[in-house]
Design a protein around this ligand. Structure first.
Ligand SMILES: [Zn+2]
Ligand SMILES: [Zn+2]
Length: 336
């Protein structure tokens, strides 16, 4: 099978032919249908992920069909279409795992980082960390739901979104931000989109945002606070910590700023009278298997999948180069 391998940091991926691997106990062999190219893949390749294993096959937005199962696997069966996410393994015995919060496990392992992922014709995955793809979701378009979608959906949920919430999404033009806007609208919330310039306004309104705040030349927190008292949830989808900090003062009392995106710079927040509003600040690193199932079910029920550009496996270096230059555009999905 054709396989893209990251041999070392800052090196282009190499393409090699490998034998199709066998699943071990508790594992499934998945014939990959599609794998999204995520910004985290780029982060790993640029050396921004401490402890990443090299060589490794990247890719953690995987949809594929179970081709074989290892010993002891009762589910999923051969032939079922499943998705795999960045959280790929955990110790299954700590308190977090026992309560279904494997994403918090101190011994969690990541797909395409700690073990080989989906930039290959087949992937071996832990059976209890893949999620069945619900009917009605296109198996290619659904690939980014396993990371960008899961992170956006779970971020809104973790931040306590309700049908009456006012939700602001920073970075609403990227895949994660676009999905966050669509999920929040579908959950019944009122949505504001926050972007650098007015260029994103028409697209954000088309997704269902009632307000667009361009940050250029104004205090976006002040503009957000003027929106009926501020946002109950601010979701940062931009890869910038300072973008989130700049909007923080637009939180309503008891509101939550959730950082799904962040940059290398520290998070520095103003104080003054803002602490008197009892603000909450949290990060959201993807989600656990049950969050992935909920994300897929909700996306299927509401017909939410991202726009994407299909590419071949050998196109992936060019795609990563474009992403590194800061030209985001639609998500690229490797189609096998
Ligand atoms: Zn654990
Ligand atoms: Zn990702």
């Amino acid at each position: 099978m054709l396989t893209a391998v990251a041999e070392a940091v800052q090196e282009p991926l190499t393409f090699v032919e490998r034998d199709v691997p066998d699943p071990g106990p508790g594992e499934v062999l998945v014939k990959v249908t599609a794998c999204g190219v995520c910004y985290t893949d780029l982060d790993v390749l640029q050396g921004h992920w401490p402890g990443a294993r090299f060589p490794v096959v990247p890719g953690h937005e995987i949809i594929g069909v179970v081709a074989a199962v290892g010993t002891g696997v009762a589910f999923p069966p051969v032939g079922l279409t499943v998705g795999a996410q960045i959280l790929g393994d955990s110790d299954r015995r700590c308190d977090y795992c026992v309560r279904g919060e494997q994403i918090l496990c101190p011994h969690k392992r990541f797909t395409g980082i700690d073990f080989d992922g989906g930039y290959a014709g087949y992937a071996v995955l832990k059976a209890d960390f893949v999620s069945p793809l619900p009917d009605g979701l296109d198996p290619v378009a659904a690939a980014p739901l396993m990371c960008a979608g899961l992170t956006a959906f779970n971020g809104l949920r973790q931040a306590g979104i309700a049908a009456t919430s006012r939700v602001a999404v920073i970075g609403a033009s990227g895949t994660l931000g676009t999905l966050a806007v669509r999920y929040a609208v579908a959950m019944g919330a009122r949505v504001a989109a926050v972007g650098r310039s007015d260029r994103g306004e028409a697209a954000a309104r088309e997704l269902g945002a009632e307000l667009f705040i361009a940050t250029a030349g104004r205090d976006p927190g002040e503009a957000l606070a003027a929106w009926d008292g501020g946002a109950d949830v601010i979701l940062n989808a931009a890869p910038s910590t300072s973008a989130a900090a700049a909007v923080y003062s637009g939180l309503a009392p008891d509101g939550t700023l959730v950082l799904c995106g962040y940059g290398p710079e520290p998070l520095s927040l103003p104080t003054g009278t803002l602490p008197l509003r009892r603000p909450h600040v949290m990060f959201n690193p993807s989600g656990s298997p049950h969050n992935a199932r909920e994300t897929l079910a909700f996306s299927a029920a509401h017909g939410i999948v991202p726009d994407y550009t299909p590419i071949g496996l050998r196109d992936v270096n060019a795609t990563l180069d474009t992403m590194a230059k800061g030209h985001p555009g639609k998500r690229s999905i490797i189609v096998f």
